[in-house]
Write a protein that binds this ligand. Structure first.
Ligand SMILES: [Zn+2]
Length: 584
């Protein structure tokens, strides 16, 4: 069946007042709209269409039909349509889940995607950004879309469970010491199982796979790290452990006879034209066992700045900073705080054919067309410093150095940014102002650094409340007061944050199947953006102490990680537990 419509969707004015539209369609009266809006629960900020559906004044079908007509979008019945495999491959399950859309047809250049929200024009933008394809949106009811997502995107789990159930061990009597000599790493079910784990973890968005054999008859526990936390995903009968470990070693070109010393290797898989790399670390553990930990490196796409969930003022300030022709921009935070993601997002914003952009990374996890990316390799003494020197001889406009690990690299990077290049890098420091102090302690000339510094972005990753189950609950004065105190009363008022009233709601986590009952789904970053303003530059040159430097920065518009966290709590994206976890 051909769904594509060759007629281009006309570009209608972006502001369509859904209420007006429904009135003009004769579905509701103006009075009903006003009544619905006036009773609206302020914290939930539901849209008028959904409010009317909840009140039973219209059905979703009616709303969708009216909106589809208005946006000249075709309304499709998903019961009649089977999405093509190419279309399903074109969108990741993360993206589909996040946007609540389902792809129907694709041919490499165009994708037809069904949405239940024709008014949300960011959907097409996000899809286009992530796929580089033209997007044609059609509309379908939200129930049908959810059902289709469930049907077409959750198969990885089912097949893993089937595979484990199918791992028969009936002919093997488990005696005191587990006898696994009868199961070889070449057994087809072992091969299938290991492949299955590699793909299953990747599809679930895990960053690491942990294979942990217990001693004796204990099973192998398989844990995935997803969104920063480990979860037990599978338990495999003990009889398979030696075979599974051997299989992992074979795939990573390691010595299967060596069982007393750690070994590291890697596995490359190609799935749907996508390369996935697994960095494998085998570690001998007590009880004559070996653990394997596999870090998943997929060549993923960068996020757009918009997807980074910056606060509005931070987004504006960050865009201004990276629009400068030369100088230094740092992204700081501990390991796993998403620094590389932010730098790539910044680079993607300025990645144009008229600029030469070099990057040195370890490892290269995100790839972008247009960038020239280098994987540094300390084993052969190809260090960040080495790469940076080479870039400077290779006609750069923009240079990204994955990390400034030593004083020499930092010094060269600062010099490069003072001689007409835009330099991006990262540091392992806790806060933006602390990075200034650290660099000076590392022996940087404060005058040079002050001149070079455009901005420093500190960040932390926190888990977002699950969009499927989070719930607004009335919060009391104490809860509000706590947020005010963390933020600082004066700034809380000046920044116009929500005052306490008897209708003060905070989003709470609940737990549902979509979030494995955790109440959290997906992650976002808290940001602290220090601008290289005149006052800051002067303060750096005068070796101003950390506390004072931070105060000046806040006066100049910086909001600390904590403050950004409070804003995101008030916006219903995260909860206080998450903020407390990452900032003191
Ligand atoms: Zn949930």
């Amino acid at each position: 069946m051909v769904i594509r419509n060759t007629m281009k969707t006309p570009n209608l004015g972006k502001k369509v007042r859904v209420g007006d539209l429904l009135v003009s369609e004769g579905l509701v009266t103006q009075n009903q709209i006003e009544a619905a809006l006036s009773n609206q629960d302020k914290r939930k900020k539901k849209r008028i269409g959904n409010l009317l559906i909840e009140k039973g004044l219209i059905t979703e079908d009616q709303l969708l039909l009216a909106l589809s007509a208005k946006f000249q979008m075709r309304l499709v019945d998903l019961k009649d349509i089977t999405p093509s495999q190419t279309a399903l491959n074109a969108l990741s399950s993360d993206l589909v889940g996040q946007l609540k859309v389902i792809p129907l047809e694709a041919d490499g250049k165009h994708i037809v995607v069904a949405t239940s929200d024709p008014t949300d024009h960011t959907i097409a933008d996000t899809l286009q950004f992530n796929t580089n394809c033209n997007i044609e949106l059609v509309s379908a009811t939200s129930n049908q879309i959810s059902a289709a997502i469930e049907k077409y995107y959750s198969h990885a789990e089912d097949s893993m469970d089937l595979l484990i159930d199918g791992m028969v061990e009936d002919e093997i009597e488990v005696e005191e010491e587990v006898d696994d000599s009868s199961i070889k790493e070449t057994d087809s079910q072992v091969i299938k199982f290991v492949n299955g784990i590699l793909l299953d973890a990747y599809h679930k968005g895990a960053s690491d796979i942990h294979l942990e054999p217990k001693s004796g008859k204990g099973p192998i526990r398989v844990r995935y790290r997803i969104e920063g936390e480990c979860h037990i995903e599978h338990q495999i009968p003990a009889t398979f452990k030696r075979a599974i470990l051997s299989r992992v070693k074979i795939m990573s070109n390691l010595d299967i006879a060596e069982r007393r010393k750690p070994q590291s290797g890697k596995i490359l898989l190609r799935v749907d034209k996508k390369k996935i790399e697994y960095r494998v670390e085998i570690t001998p553990t007590v009880g004559d066992q070996e653990d394997a930990v596999l870090r998943i490196l997929s060549s993923s796409r960068p996020l757009s700045l918009k997807e980074m969930k910056f606060s509005e003022p931070n987004l504006e300030r960050f865009k201004n900073i990276i629009a400068k022709p030369y100088g230094m921009i740092l992204c700081v935070g501990p390991t796993g705080s998403g620094k590389t993601t932010s730098l790539h997002s910044a680079l993607s914003h300025i990645n144009k054919p008229n600029r030469k952009i070099w990057t040195a990374e370890d490892p290269v996890e995100i790839t972008q067309d247009g960038l020239r990316q280098v994987q540094v390799n300390p084993k052969i003494k190809y260090s960040f410093q080495e790469a940076l020197r080479s870039f400077l001889r290779a006609d750069p406009d923009v240079i990204m150095i994955g990390e400034m690990r030593d004083a020499e690299t930092a010094k060269t990077a600062i010099e490069a940014s003072l001689t007409g290049h835009l330099v991006f890098s990262t540091l392992h420091t806790n806060s933006a102002p602390e990075s200034v102090v650290r660099l000076v302690e590392m022996g940087m000339n404060p005058f040079n650094f002050a001149d070079a510094m455009l901005g420093i972005l500190a960040q932390r990753l926190v888990r977002m409340l699950c969009n499927y189950c989070k719930k607004p609950l009335l919060a009391d004065k104490d809860a509000h007061e706590k947020l005010v105190q963390i933020y600082g009363r004066e700034y809380f008022v000046n920044d116009g944050l929500e005052k306490y009233s008897d209708e003060f709601y905070l989003m709470n986590r609940v737990g549902c199947p979509k979030c494995a009952q955790s109440g959290y789904r997906g992650r976002l970053a808290l940001h602290e953006l220090l601008d290289g303003t005149e006052a800051i530059k002067v303060a750096i040159k005068q070796n101003t102490p950390l506390e004072r430097l931070r105060d000046i920065a806040i006066e100049d518009g910086m909001r600390t990680l904590k403050m950004d966290g409070i804003q995101k709590i008030l916006n219903g994206l995260i909860d206080l537990d998450q903020v407390n976890k990452v900032v003191l």
